[in-house]
Each structure stands twice: as C-alpha cells, then as structure tokens.
Design a protein around this ligand. Structure first.
Ligand code: UDP
Length: 352
C-alpha cells in the first residue's frame, strides 16, 4: 500500500511521528510524507523531525501565511498535483488544520481514499477554523480513526453509522508519543526554570485574534505569575505577534517554543497546566497534572467529566478561581486514551 501523508503543523509532526514509526515496523506499507510548510520556523518544525526521527518529507511546499482561504487553496492546488504524480493508494491526514482539510479534499476529488487520524472530535463552535476543518475532513474520509468514545458518538450522531465508511476507535496517538518520548525528556537549555511553576501555552485563534479575550488572558497570566506561582510560557509565534499588535505586556517567564523533549520535561516538572491547546490538555493528564483550559469548550470532554480539567474561558476571575481550585486537586491517573497503542491500531486497521 502506497500511503501519502500530509502534515504541516506542530501537533501533526508529533502525531505522525509514532504512526510513521509503526509504518516502518510493519510490512507492506510505504509512506510518502508531504510537508505543507504551514509551520516553518525551525523551533516549530525542524526540531520535531530531528528529535522524533520523522522521515524527511519527500515534498516541502513552503505554504504559510495569508488568510485561511488563500492558504488552503494554495495547498489544495499543489497537493492535487503531487497526488496525480505519486498516485497513492490512500491519503492520511491528521487533526484539524488547513493542511488536514486541503489534503483530504484534494484526495477525495481524485477518488483517493482518505484516512483521518483524530476524527470525530467536535467543539460545536463553528467560529473555530479547526471545527470547520474537522467536520469537512470527516465528511470526505472513508476511515475515521477516533481517539475517544465521545468522538465515535459524535460521528454516530451525525449519521456516519449509516455510511459506507469505517469508524475505528484506536485511542490517541499523542499518548503513544508521550509514553515513547518521556524517557528522552530534557530540561530546556539555557532557561532558568523555577523550582515550582505553572506551565502555560496560548495560541488558539479564538484567543489571539480577539483583543478582549487576549487582554483578559494576559492579565490573568500576569497576576498568577506575580501573586501565586511563576508561569513558564513557551510563546507561540502567532501569540507573540498578537501581543505586540495589541500593545500588551506579558510579565511571565517567557521562553521560545521548545522541542518535544523539552516540552515533556516541562510537563513532568510543572505543578499545573494552563492552556488553550488541544494536545496539551491531554498531555497534562498523561503527566498526572491538573489542567485549566482557557477556552469556552473542549473537544476532550472526558477530561472535564473526570474532573481533571476545568474550563475557564478567557475570563480573568474564572481563570484565577480555576487555578486555585486545581492547585488543591489530588494526583491524577487513569486510562482514557488507549494506553499508548493507538499507532499500532491505526496500522492494523489500514492493513485490514
Ligand atoms: N509543544 C511543543 N513545544 C512547545 C509547545 C507545544 O512541543 O513549545 C507540543 C505540545 O506538547 C503538544 C503539541 O505541541 O504535543 C501541541 O501543539 P499545539 O498546542 O500547537 O496545537 P494543538 O494541540 O492545540 O492543535
């Protein structure tokens, strides 16, 4: 089977790393990796290929910037040309970015079957570009790899049970990555990390592109850092630009985006996680840390139900309250995401 994998953003490198490893260990699948270029800084892209041993992409498209339509359109055109040239048996896409949608759509129009890893997730907020991307990608996929029961249920509620597609609950490939690479954890070089700290990440468009939400979150992070506990924040380039654009000042322990080995070290050593990331919410759980999510909804509803994640939106008071609440919570453990065997399950289903 000739597999054509489309990736382009940081979380996709991490997800694809464990599946690519499983492909190399399996018989009968060859993989061509295409990097759309959506994330291109070396600390947002190269570092993951180097650390996680991801095979070098056969094609590097260098498409980034611009509005969503323009970016997705350029990807669509170039991916279609590559698919015509490569003639893959199947296209594999991950998550919910513009690269995901462009890969799925280009393949579907060429009648190439599409496998979607992280299918069925929903925030039910159509203002999120990610929600649009994941709904449309699921619609044109014929193997839907779901990480959770909630994801399977979402697809069933949307009528996928009556369609000629395969819905496979495989668990979460990000847990495979966290387990595999935890042993490589390394303190970020040249950074003086405080003994006790809160690990924060912030980059969702719904927060960075809304000046009021961004100002509230910046105020909350600054207050937590000065009155409660140091906040370590590896700053996403989009957030750095938004903070500057809005004349805001982050008075926390700012660091550049880190590699995955450094990120798992930070997750392992922090007291609590404060984030608007999808992946980092689960990683907090993998590393038994309470999590406060600075969003109004989450796709990872089982974490809320388990009481290990609190939704605080972008409201200063709610974020402070949630942090105080989580600080007192007991150590977390559990197995909501498949226990680190998701990549193997993906490959078994593909071969089947
Ligand atoms: N991550 C990283 N370095 C950082 C920040 C995040 O390696 O400086 C990792 C993080 O551990 C997770 C992934 O990037 O595995 C999440 O990506 P992001 O938050 O950008 O995207 P999302 O999961 O929200 O789609």
């Amino acid at each position: 089977m000739k597999l054509f994998t489309v990736i382009g953003a940081r979380p996709q490198f991490i997800k694809a790393s464990v599946v690519s490893k499983a492909i190399q260990e399996a018989n009968g699948i060859t993989e061509t990796i295409v990097h759309t270029g959506q994330h291109f800084d070396s600390n947002m892209s190269d570092v993951f290929f180097n650390q996680l041993n991801i095979p070098r992409p056969s094609h590097q498209l260098d498409i980034h910037g611009g509005n969503h339509g323009a970016m997705t359109g350029r990807m669509l055109e170039q991916l279609e040309a590559l698919m015509l040239q490569e003639k893959p048996d199947r296209v594999m896409v991950y998550g919910d970015t513009n690269s995901t949608l462009a890969g799925a759509l280009a393949a579907a129009k060429l009648h190439i079957p599409v496998a979607h890893v992280e299918a069925g997730l929903r925030s039910f907020n159509m203002k999120m570009p990610e929600e649009i991307n994941r709904i449309l990608t699921d619609q044109v996929s014929d193997i839907l790899f779901c990480p959770t029961d909630a994801a399977v249920k979402n697809l069933q509620n949307e009528g996928f049970g009556d369609k000629p597609v395969a819905i496979e609950k495989v668990g979460d490939v990000m847990q495979d990555a966290a387990l595999l690479f935890a042993k490589k954890a390394a303190a970020p070089a040249g950074v003086n990390v405080p003994g006790e700290f809160i690990l924060a990440t912030l980059h969702r468009a719904e927060n960075t592109d809304d000046p009021e939400r961004l100002a509230n979150i910046v105020a909350a992070l600054n207050e937590i850092h000065t009155t409660k506990m140091p906040v370590v924040l590896p700053l996403h380039p989009r957030t750095r630009a938004a903070v500057e654009r809005n004349g805001l000042k982050l008075n926390v322990h700012l660091i550049d985006p880190v590699g995955y080995f450094e990120m798992v070290w930070l997750l392992d050593h922090c007291r609590l996680v404060l984030t608007d990331s999808g992946g980092v919410q689960k990683e907090a759980y993998f590393f038994s840390k309470p999590c406060v999510t600075m969003r109004d909804q989450t796709e990872w509803v089982e974490l809320i139900e388990a009481g290990v994640n609190v939704l605080a939106g972008a409201n200063l008071g709610n974020i402070l309250k949630a942090v105080s609440l989580c600080e007192t919570r007991a150590v977390i453990s559990g197995d909501l995401y498949g226990g680190g065997r998701a990549a193997e399950a993906v490959i078994n289903a593909l071969i089947k």
